[in-house]
Design a protein around this ligand. Structure first.
Ligand code: ADP
Ligand code: MG
Length: 760
């Protein structure tokens, strides 16, 4: 019996999935595996665990587990469900990589997909679960795909043991053929339950012209127009990255300042003058706020291309009275929008995955009275979180993604067009509570050129970490694994070769081409070293470094360096374009301070040769010494959230190392001394052992055939010149041999995380 509050009861009854409770529970009772499809916001994530709980699926000896591809969702959904059920977070809990609040009493457990994969390694049958729900399966994250493959085998095994496990796969789209039309995966096709979401119609407005690059500016102008001219209702803007999100937030706050109280500082604007107040009243009187057109509530329309708004020509003006109102706001700019207008307060909130959880949670609360909510988000708002009260969506049509070269692993962040499926998901965010509007900042012709769906992650990135995890599960012939969509063979082969080189897999007992051929068959078993490496929750290259660090008391340093390399993005982006002169000056000051600190962190003597890795070590050391405070981080160009994550990962790796070598007796020392000269030298060897395939040699003067090779390095894998990234402390020194953490392609191929090494 669940004791829900009346408000929660009422809100629940509005969710479309509630009408399907019986159908869903019957399907689950009668089938080991069930697929549930329903639009974002229909109630899958919050309600299905409750249905199961009420039907008695959770007990003292069996938990309901739910996996999410994003940490944000795991945390916020566990809190929401606990609240809805009026249960404590000791019972409805979460576990993500670095933290969790799971207890002995936990009966509903939200976790990231990576966490469940680790649990399968400890207990292949997942005996403590009665039900496993794989949520957001449409996102096709790599771990979600693998989990589905593994669970397709675990479910029958549990059946045989007489301890049946239920598997529920939930997806926001109906595109589930990779799961249903895949006999290798599920020999009996699982039933698919479709939840008919009551989605209100969303009118889609395409731009006539597609802005070439300034989509942020176009977003700004569109939000201004919506806010000035259209009736109340929240605005959700989709941009591609954190820097863009912040800069748009700042511009919007400037244009439509909102003051909490006279004293609540922090917001960008000064007090309004009486004069401004008078102007406001006047402008309010002049402005005619448009009413929304009547729209058929049974019909959710993503306007077909040929009926788009492109032929309409409505520059919205004050004379928009009448019944046939056109909400197409037109493209293009108008100077007037930039002017600050404090009469129309806009409550602007950023939302992206690296944002602190307490700031993320703000989007779920009601905006202050008299203001309009405007959430400026990255892709996280596309499906995992439902923001209440959104009526207008502004979609730039782009997404920032990391692309990897299948063989070399070279990665680049690219901003690309989204898929049609994503665009429709984004549009759908506008129609949750009432009819809405989606403004696409691209033309319908451009939309027609989008790919239909985005490719599953597993087909797009290196898979060495995945392969090591699978081998640790004694899946030797990876190629036979029931992947929903298999990764490309060349990616599998590259992973197998790397793992052999790292000593994580047993080398085939021959040499040369035959050996390569065998590796290409992808059937090498895991080695004892590989088993140890697989227990560390980091990439295999870094796991190797940890496994090698016992001598010379190097472990605490390796753990710190590996944590920093794993968390990534330690340093604040100070080269970002500023939106105002004040900000430009602030950034300049911060940058100068950071460069100074970077020199200090880089150390002296042999330490300096560790290069960027020494900077990471020094930065983490200094930050911990200062108590890891927000203030220290902000004052020294460090990202506070990254530093907290590094702290947690250090703790986790320290525990993992202690359990492998029981005599190590390690602990996380907040006052860690810098390494000695001998240790620094040894650390470079450790780093080289992990990054052995990431060595680069500077081009010698006599090899300099072409100017493009000036200051360049040559690597084993790439034809093209690579360079030390300008942010590296070794940028000017140009050591003869270096190892790098990764190569990122921007205008050139740049090495990041660089250390100097000596030739043997
Ligand atoms: P789905 O998983 O199908 O996308 P959810 O179960 O996540 O749907 O959401 C169902 C409803 O619960 C949504 O309408 C959303 O507004 C509401 N909701 C979810 N999380 C919160 C929260 N933290 N605060 C308030 N409402 C929430
Ligand atoms: Mg959901």
């Amino acid at each position: 019996p669940v004791d829900r509050s009346p408000e929660i009861q009422e809100a629940r009854l509005k969710l479309p999935i509630l009408a399907e409770e019986q159908v869903i529970m019957e399907a689950i009772n009668e089938n080991p595996i069930v697929i549930i499809c329903g639009e974002t916001g229909s109630g899958k994530t919050t309600q299905v665990p409750q249905f199961l709980y009420e039907a008695g699926y959770a007990s003292s000896d069996g938990t309901i587990g739910i996996t999410e591809p994003r940490r944000v969702a795991a945390v916020s959904m566990s809190q929401r469900v606990a609240k809805e059920m009026n249960l404590s977070n000791r019972v409805v809990s979460y576990q993500i990589r670095y933290e969790g609040n799971v207890t002995d009493e936990t009966q509903i457990k939200f976790m990231t997909d990576g966490v469940l994969l680790k649990e399968i390694q400890k207990d292949f049958l997942l005996s403590k679960y009665k039900v496993v729900i794989i949520d957001e399966a449409h996102e096709r994250s790599m771990y979600t795909d693998i989990l589905i493959g593994l669970l397709s085998r675990i479910v029958p095994l549990r059946e045989k043991k007489g301890l049946p496990l239920k598997l529920i796969i939930m997806s926001a789209t109906l595109r589930v053929e990779d799961f249903t039309n895949n006999k290798k995966l599920f020999s009996v096709t699982p039933p698919v339950i479709q939840v008919d979401a009551r989605q209100f119609p969303v009118t889609v407005h395409f731009n006539k012209k597609t802005p070439l690059d300034d989509y942020s500016g176009e977003c700004f102008r569109k939000v201004c127009k919506i806010h000035r001219m259209l009736p109340s209702g929240g605005i959700l803007v989709f941009l591609t990255g954190q820097a863009e999100v912040h800069s748009l937030c700042r511009r919007l706050r400037k244009a439509f300042p909102f003051q909490k109280t006279n004293t609540a500082g922090g917001d960008d604007d000064k007090e309004e003058s009486v004069e401004e107040m008078r102007k406001f009243k006047k402008s309010r009187r002049q402005k005619k706020v448009m009413a929304l057109p009547k729209i058929d509530l049974d019909n959710y329309s993503v306007v077909p291309v040929d009926e788009g708004d492109e032929d309409r020509d409505a520059e919205t003006d004050d004379d928009m009275a009448g019944s046939d109102i056109d909400l197409d706001l037109g493209d293009g700019d108008s100077e007037e929008d930039e002017k600050s207008d404090s009469s129309l307060p806009l409550y602007v909130l950023p939302l992206y995955s690296l944002l602190a959880p307490e700031k993320q949670a703000k989007v779920f609360r009601l905006p202050p009275p008299g203001t309009r909510l405007c959430v400026v988000a990255t892709n996280v708002a596309e499906t995992s979180l439902t923001i209440p009260g959104i009526k207008y969506v502004v979609d730039c049509g782009k997404v920032k993604k990391r692309f990897y070269d299948k063989i070399t692993g070279v990665s680049s962040f690219r901003i690309t067009w989204i898929s049609q499926a994503s665009a429709n998901q984004r549009a759908g965010r506008a129609g949750r509570t009432e009819p809405g509007h989606c403004y696409r900042l691209y033309s319908s012709a451009v939309f027609m050129d989008f790919e239909k769906f985005s490719a599953p992650e597993i087909t797009k990135r290196p898979v060495e970490d995945l392969i090591l995890q699978m081998k640790a599960l004694n899946i030797e012939k990876v190629i036979n694994f029931p992947f929903p969509t298999p990764p490309p063979t060349e990616a599998l082969a590259a992973a197998e070769e790397l793992l052999i080189a790292l000593g994580a897999l047993k080398e085939p007992p021959m040499t040369g081409r035959l050996k390569q051929q065998l590796a290409a068959k992808l059937s090498c078993p895991i080695s004892p070293l590989g088993r140890i490496m697989a227990t560390f929750p980091v990439a295999p290259r870094y796991a190797k470094m940890l496994a090698l660090s016992r001598q010379h008391d190097c472990l605490p340093y390796t753990i710190t360096i590996v944590s920093a390399m794993t968390v990534r993005e330690l340093f604040e982006e100070l080269d970002r374009p500023a939106v105002s002169e004040e900000e430009a000056a602030e950034l300049k000051g911060k940058k100068a301070r950071f460069l100074q600190m970077q020199r200090i962190w880089a150390g002296q003597g042999p330490m300096q040769k560790l290069g960027d890795l020494m900077v990471m070590l020094g930065a983490v050391g200094a930050c911990e010494y200062a108590g890891c405070t927000r203030k220290f981080c902000e004052g020294n160009g460090l990202r506070y959230k990254a530093m907290l994550e590094i702290r947690r990962l250090r703790g986790q790796l320290t525990t993992a190392v202690n359990s492998v070598c029981t005599d190590a007796g390690l602990f996380v020392d907040p006052k860690m001394k810098p390494p000695t000269e001998a240790q620094a030298t040894y650390l470079r060897q450790i780093v080289l052992a992990g990054l052995g395939d990431h060595v680069a040699r500077r081009i010698q003067a006599e090899e300099l055939l072409d100017d493009k090779w000036k200051n360049a390095y040559k690597t084993a894998l790439l034809e093209d010149p690579v360079f030390i990234h300008p942010s590296s402390v070794l940028f000017k020194q140009l050591p003869e041999f270096v190892v790098y953490q990764e190569i990122v392609e921007t205008t050139k191929l740049y090495m990041k995380g660089v250390s100097a090494v000596e030739p043997e």
